[in-house]
Design a protein around this ligand. Structure first.
Ligand code: SAH
Ligand code: F3S
Length: 483
C-alpha cells in the first residue's frame, strides 16, 4: 500500500493519480491488471475492491506497469474539470498500448464514467467496458461478456456500459477486503443527498445509501482479527450514516462509532468526509467518551463568508461551524482541524474573500485543501453569473494556500516536546532499529525500537522536527497489544 500523509478528504487527489499497488510476481503466464485511481478515498477504496474482485474471479494480479498489463482500468474523478480532462489525455496514451496489443482490455469506471458514459464511447471508442461507482461489483460479468464477444464482428458486439445506481447491492457482491498492514478503510455509506450547489457527487454517485449496521460491524471485526488496528470509516457524507439494524431500527453515526470502539483490536478511529450540519452534539460527545477517536478532524466548510455559504447551499452559517468547533476543542484542546475551501465561487467579492482568509486564521486550521471553483455541468451553481477574472481567483487561492501552509508548519513545530500516541506501522528500510508510525495528526513519527512492536500503539515524546510531515521522537510507553 502506498503510504500517504494528509489524506483526510475526498478532494485530495485530483492532481495526484495513484496506482493501486501490486504484490510482485515474475510469472509471465499470470494475467495482470493495472488500475489508475484518480480522486478521493472512496475511489481508492473502490479500486482495491476491483482488484480483489478480478483477482478472485479471474485470477488477475496487480501490476504497477501498464505496459505489461492485460487489463487497464481507470477509476475516474469528475469533481473538477481538470480532473475530468485528464481522463481523456490518459486514455489517449492507453490507446497506443492497445494499438500494439489488440487483446488489451480497457475499462473506465468512477464518476466520469457515471456522468459521461456516452461521451467516453464517442471520444474513446476503443474503451471496452464502462462502469459506474455503484456497478463495479459487476466487473467480472462484464469481463466475461467482453471475452465472449471478442471474436464477433464489430457490428454484432454489444456496448458494455453499466452506469446504473442499483442501491447498495454493490457491497453484497464484493469479496472480503484483503488486509495489508494495520490500517484499513471501511466504506459505510455511498452517495450524497446534500446537493451543495457546486458539487457533482449527488449526480455521479447517487443519493445517500447507508450499509446495514451488521454488515459494517462484521467487516470491521474481521479486519481486526486479521491485525487491523486503525479503521477509517468512509463516505461522502459519512456522519449522515443511518444504517439499518437487524431489528429494523436506525443506527446513527455516533451510535456506530460507539459500537466500533467496542470491537476488540480497534485502537484508533478516523472518518472522512463529514458535513458540519451533521456534526452533532452526540458526535462531539464521542470525543469525550471514546479514546480511540483521533484528535484530528477533517470538517469541510468551503468558505468563511455567510453570503457564499448561502449561495453554495451549505445550509449553515459560519457561527454554527465556529460553535461546534469550540465545543469540540473544549473536550479536546489538542484537536487538529482541517478543511476544504473553494475559492472564487461565483459572486465571491473581495470582502467575502477577506472574510474567508480571516476565518482560516481565526480557526487555526491544520493542513487544509483549497481549490479554485470549477464549473460543473448540471449543477445549480453552473448557472450563476461568474464575473471574477481567473487571475483574481488564482491570486486569492495563492493567498489562502500561503496562510494554510504557514499554519500547518506551526502545527508541526508545536509538536516538539509533546507526547504523541503513535500506531507503529513498520521498520525503517534503512535501519532495522528504527520504527515508523503515524501520530493522530497524520505526521510520520520515527524512533528507536524493536521490530516486534510493529502493530502496537506507543506514547512517543517528540524530540526533533525534520519536515512538515516527519518528526523524530523517543519511546515513553509501549501500550499492550489492543487485541
Ligand atoms: N463530501 C465531501 C465532498 C467531496 S468533494 C465533503 O463534504 O468534503 C471534495 C471537495 O472538493 C469538496 O469539499 C470541495 O471543497 C471540492 N469541490 C467539490 N466540487 C467542487 C467544484 N465544483 N469546484 C472546486 N472544488 C470543488
Ligand atoms: Fe458534494 Fe456537498 Fe455532498 S460537497 S459530496 S454535495 S456534502
Amino acid at each position: 500500500m502506498t503510504v500517504q500523509t494528509f489524506i483526510p478528504n475526498g478532494a485530495k487527489a485530483a492532481s495526484e493519480n495513484t496506482v493501486t499497488q501490486p504484490t510482485h510476481t515474475t510469472d509471465v503466464s499470470i494475467k495482470k491488471l493495472y488500475i489508475e485511481t484518480q480522486g478521493c478515498q472512496m475511489n481508492e477504496y473502490d479500486s482495491h475492491r476491483m482488484a480483489d474482485l478480478l483477482g478472485d474471479s479471474h485470477g488477475y494480479i496487480l501490476t504497477s506497469n501498464p505496459n505489461e498489463a492485460d487489463i487497464l482500468l481507470m477509476n475516474t474523478c469528475s469533481i473538477r474539470e481538470k480532473a475530468q480532462e485528464k481522463v481523456f489525455s490518459e486514455l489517449g496514451r492507453w490507446r497506443k498500448l492497445k494499438d500494439k496489443n489488440p487483446d488489451l482490455v480497457i475499462g473506465v469506471g468512477g464518476c466520469v464514467a457515471s456522468q459521461e458514459g456516452d461521451n467516453i464511447q464517442k471520444r474513446a471508442p476503443y474503451v471496452d467496458m464502462i462502469f459506474g461507482p455503484q456497478t463495479l461489483h459487476r466487473l467480472p460479468q462484464m469481463l466475461d461478456q467482453h471475452n465472449a464477444q471478442v471474436e464477433k464482428p464489430k457490428k454484432d458486439k454489444i456496448k458494455l456500459v453499466d452506469i446504473s445506481f442499483p442501491d447498495i447491492e454493490k457491497f453484497d457482491f464484493l469479496p472480503e477486503p484483503r488486509v495489508e498492514g494495520f490500517k484499513a478503510f471501511v466504506s459505510i455509506m455511498e452517495g450524497c443527498s446534500k446537493y451543495c450547489s457546486f458539487c457533482v457527487v449527488p449526480y455521479t454517485r447517487g443519493e445517500e445509501v447507508s450499509r446495514p449496521l451488521d454488515d459494517v460491524l462484521a467487516e470491521i471485526a474481521g479486519l481486526a482479527e486479521k491485525g487491523v488496528r486503525e479503521i477509517s470509516l468512509l463516505g461522502q457524507n459519512v456522519n449522515g450514516y443511518r444504517g439499518e439494524t437487524f431489528e429494523g431500527s436506525i443506527c446513527t453515526f455516533p451510535e456506530l462509532l460507539r459500537l466500533v470502539a467496542e470491537i476488540p483490536g480497534i485502537g484508533r478511529l478516523r472518518y472522512t468526509t463529514s458535513h458540519p450540519l451533521e456534526f452533532s452534539d452526540e458526535l462531539i460527545q464521542c470525543y469525550e467518551d471514546l479514546p480511540q477517536m483521533v484528535s484530528h478532524l477533517h470538517l469541510p466548510v468551503q468558505s468563511g463568508s455567510n453570503d457564499v455559504l448561502q449561495a453554495m447551499k451549505r445550509n449553515h452559517t459560519i457561527d454554527v461551524y465556529i460553535d461546534k468547533i469550540a465545543k469540540l476543542r473544549k473536550i479536546r484542546p489538542d484537536m487538529h482541524l482541517s478543511s476544504d475551501f473553494i475559492i472564487g465561487f461565483p459572486g465571491e467579492t473581495d470582502e467575502n474573500f477577506a472574510e474567508t482568509l480571516q476565518f482560516i486564521k481565526d480557526l487555526d486550521f491544520d493542513h487544509s485543501y483549497s481549490f479554485v471553483y470549477s464549473k460543473r455541468p448540471g449543477t445549480p451553481a453552473s448557472d450563476l453569473p461568474d464575473t471574477t477574472p481567473e487571475q483574481v481567483k488564482k491570486e486569492r487561492l495563492a493567498q489562502v494556500q500561503k496562510v494554510i501552509k504557514q499554519s500547518s508548519i506551526e502545527k508541526t513545530d508545536a509538536m516538539l516536546g509533546k507526547i504523541e500516541r503513535v500506531l507503529i506501522e513498520k521498520v525503517s528500510d534503512q535501519d532495522p532499529n528504527i520504527l515508523i508510525g503515524t501520530a493522530d495528526n497524520t505526521r510520520l513519527v520515527t524512533f528507536v525500537g524493536d521490530a516486534t512492536w510493529v502493530g502496537r500503539f506507543a506514547e512517543i515524546e517528540i524530540t526533533e522536527i525534520k519536515t512538515l510531515n516527519f518528526v523524530y521522537g523517543e519511546l515513553l510507553n509501549l501500550e499492550p497489544d489492543v487485541a
